[in-house]
Design a protein around this ligand. Structure first.
Ligand code: ADP
Length: 709
């Protein structure tokens, strides 16, 4: 089926120098946590995006040499022939699906991690702004000599040649994000007085020379792109006017301009959370660049709507849609748009769990449980293995993220009847009230997608407004029962810091609130009250409720035991903006305070040095820990005889009812159970593939350096 008329423009091929993109969907550089260290996991992850219709699929940053060793971050290094072998695996699997393979050549300069290479950091002038721990490598970087400049340029050229040999179609030179070339481009970093500092032309020299040398080296074997951050939110970049001039200086060496905004110091400008930055908001700055080049432009802007994408391409401001997060959430996005299957798209929610999980060593996605599991567990985002025994009757209790995901997965696998039952009227579980918090409206996409799928699958039925007891479950007539009954916020004030109830918290006290009481039951303190939100969790709930109550006119303050308010937000990149917004709304913020006791009218606590803290308050909201709601599971499995008599073969507990966790993990739970439903023990995950699979010790003495002489 041809694409809808208004989306056709997205499927027109376009030339980038010597290469042709088959359509306008470009999967731009983004981290995976796998890179060349886990080459099969990496190749499978990238290949699925090629299969899903992206015209080009890129690596994450690929370091060109040990002075930019990025351990403990995840680079797909391209330093030697062994790296080339690993890259080839990725390139070949991408080519198999008709996409171009692109590599992003990288040097981090002052921001390079260098944990293994232990080389000094290189920088234009021996200056580096602070990166927050644990990211910031401590120390003052080395100001690069002319020899250093020459050496790094040769590293780039050698890396480009290796990339060509690995079969890459596009060599993209990273000159954005505040990394080495961007440091040269920026007067904030670059204080040199030689030919590589001072005027814009001088600051651009290192980058332009490198592009020219790469062009000479690879000729027309590869298209040459360069990624530039055209605007930053701090002094560490260059101005948009300078960006326009820079494009003019390098245009003759470039086949494709890859544009974004921001840097490692204002990352949220680029990897914009939906809480802060609307889709398509980069277009006005990209428009400035449009007037400076006739070469194709690929631009990112948290794209998820095919209508807005088509409009952007039709406007001519950009030629190609750049996307990372939408490709993580739905690798088959281009294919679905082509086929007019808009309703099947898993739209990125902009929740940025991909970023926070990446920093912790794995790429996860709230919307797509298969992200990163393509090789590891053999999960394809669109294909499900049919059940050997489809004639099962499955009852899923709880229609939150875990229950919905399990029900859809089993229906996809052909289970003849799946009933999804919830005490609440609507689908969504704990997420449904959460999306009403200020700024979280786009998180509703999680529920909307699954709601559409459930409506369209004839073998899954949602039954709302029905609370089931153990007897109801036994009488239901299902052969398999999945309990996804969720969790509740503790009302006792138990925190990870104290492991005990908060002194003075009495069950049922009318001045103490849990998030459910505020969000689900609509309870509120008396109008105009002073409210303290005690956020010992640090994800979105504490700051969300504080903002909600401040917006409603309460006099709010947040107390947190963490060093930062909404600490997790610093990993999902919305932290600083959320705090700014709270501050603007007059919310007081007390960091690094553990509450020790409360009484009506006042809360008491202590700081790091046990210095006393107290604050007057009329109401207290406890955002501390969640506890699993697993009583129903316990009642059922404790009476095996009754289960057998009821013809129930198996009972499983998943999601927050098993262990309260972030949404990507509870969704994974539901997905995994559906995928492994017929394994010998579906309650426990099957082993997954790990890399490297073989270890050969080198010949000879492993500890040469330690030999006594
Ligand atoms: P998860 O995050 O693990 O998916 P949620 O807390 O989002 O869990 O959702 C759990 C859902 O289970 C809630 O919508 C709740 O109404 C429902 N639920 C809990 N106990 C029962 C029960 N006994 N009968 C029906 N629905 C239940």
């Amino acid at each position: 089926m041809p694409p809808a008329d208004h989306h056709k423009v997205l499927f027109e091929p376009i030339e980038i120098g010597p290469k042709t993109l088959r359509n306008r969907f470009y999967n731009v550089p983004h981290g995976t946590a796998y890179g060349t260290q886990r080459p099969a996991t990496w190749a499978a992850y990238r290949a699925v995006r090629a299969e899903g219709g992206w015209a080009a699929v890129s690596t994450e940053f690929s370091s060109v040499g040990p002075s930019s060793d990025e351990v403990p971050l995840h680079s797909s290094d391209i330093w030697d022939d062994e790296d080339v072998r690993r890259h080839k695996l990725m390139v070949d699997s991408v080519h198999k699906h008709g996409a171009l393979a692109a590599i992003e050549l990288h040097h981090g300069g002052a921001h390079a991690m260098r944990r293994l290479s232990r080389e000094p950091a290189l920088s234009p002038s021996g200056l580096a702004p602070e990166l927050p721990p644990p990211f910031g490598p401590p120390g003052t970087p080395k100001a690069m000599t002319r020899d250093d400049i020459e050496r790094v340029q040769l590293d780039f050229v050698a890396a480009a040649l290796r990339a060509r040999d690995a079969g890459y179609d596009v060599v993209n030179v990273l000159a954005g994000y505040g990394y080495l070339f961007a440091q040269f481009l920026s007067p904030f970093h670059n204080h040199r007085v030689d030919a590589y500092g001072g005027s814009l032309e001088n600051r651009a020299r290192f980058w332009v020379e490198t592009l020219a040398r790469i062009r000479d080296a690879v000729g027309t074997d590869c298209a040459i792109a360069t990624r530039m951050s055209v605007e930053t939110q701090g002094p560490w970049g260059h101005t948009i006017d300078e960006s326009v001039a820079l494009v003019g200086m390098a245009d003759r060496f470039v086949d494709l301009w890859d544009l974004n905004v921001g840097s490692v110091l204002d990352w949220a400008s680029d990897i914009s959370p939906s809480r802060l930055i609307p889709e398509g908001s980069n277009l006005p700055v990209f428009e400035r660049i449009r007037h400076a080049t006739t070469k194709p432009i690929v631009g990112v802007s948290r794209w998820t709507s095919p209508d807005l994408m088509a409009q952007a391409v039709r406007s001519g401001v950009i030629d190609i849609i750049g996307s990372a997060r939408q490709s993580i959430a739905d690798p088959f996005f281009p294919q679905k748009i082509h086929d007019g299957r808009i309703e099947d798209v898993r739209e990125c929610m902009g929740i940025n769990l991909c970023i926070s999980s990446l920093d912790r060593g794995n790429l996860t996605c709230a919307q797509n449980a298969t992200a990163g599991e393509e090789y590891r567990r053999g999960w394809h985002p669109e294909r499900f293995e049919p059940l050997a025994r489809p004639e099962v009757g499955v009852l899923v209790v709880g229609a939150g993220p875990a229950g919905m995901e399990a029900a859809i997965g089993l229906a996809r696998r052909g289970a003849e009847m799946v009933h999804l039952v919830d005490a609440a009227e609507h689908l969504g579980g704990h997420l449904r009230p959460a999306v009403e918090l200020p700024g979280l409206q786009e998180w509703r996409r999680f529920i909307d997608h699954r709601s559409i799928q459930i409506d369209g699958l004839p073998n899954v039925q949602f039954i709302g407004s029905t609370r089931l007891t153990a007897a109801d479950v036994r009488d239901y007539g299902a052969s398999h029962v999945i309990l996804a009954t969720g969790a509740r916020w503790l009302s006792t004030g138990v925190t990870p810091q104290t492991h005990g109830p908060l002194e003075g918290v009495a069950e049922g006290a009318d001045w103490i609130f849990t998030p459910e009481q505020i969000l689900v039951h609509g309870r509120r303190p008396a109008l105009g009250s002073r409210v303290t939100v005690y956020d010992a969790e640090g994800i979105y709930m504490g700051t969300g409720i504080a903002q909600l109550l401040a917006d409603e006119g309460f006099d709010v303050c947040i107390v947190t035991p963490h060093d930062q308010v909404g600490a997790e937000g610093d990993l999902t990149l919305d932290g600083p903006a959320v705090r700014r917004s709270l501050h603007r709304s007059g919310v007081g913020m007390h960091r690094a305070i553990v509450l020790t006791a409360v009484e009506q009218g006042r809360v008491f606590g202590a700081g790091e040095f046990e210095e006393p803290f107290s604050c007057e308050t009329d109401a207290l909201v406890l955002v501390t820990m969640r506890s699993p709601l697993d009583q129903l599971y316990g009642e059922l499995v404790d009476d095996r005889a009754a289960l057998t008599a009821a013809g129930i073969e198996a009972v499983f507990c998943i999601g927050d009812a098993l262990s309260p966790r972030p949404i990507a993990e509870v969704t994974f739970d539901g997905h995994r159970l559906a995928r492994e439903f017929e394994s010998p023990n579906p309650a426990v995950a099957l082993p997954y593939k790990r890399e490297p699979l073989h270890l050969e010790l080198p010949d000879g003495d492993l500890f040469l350096g330690g030999r006594s002489r």
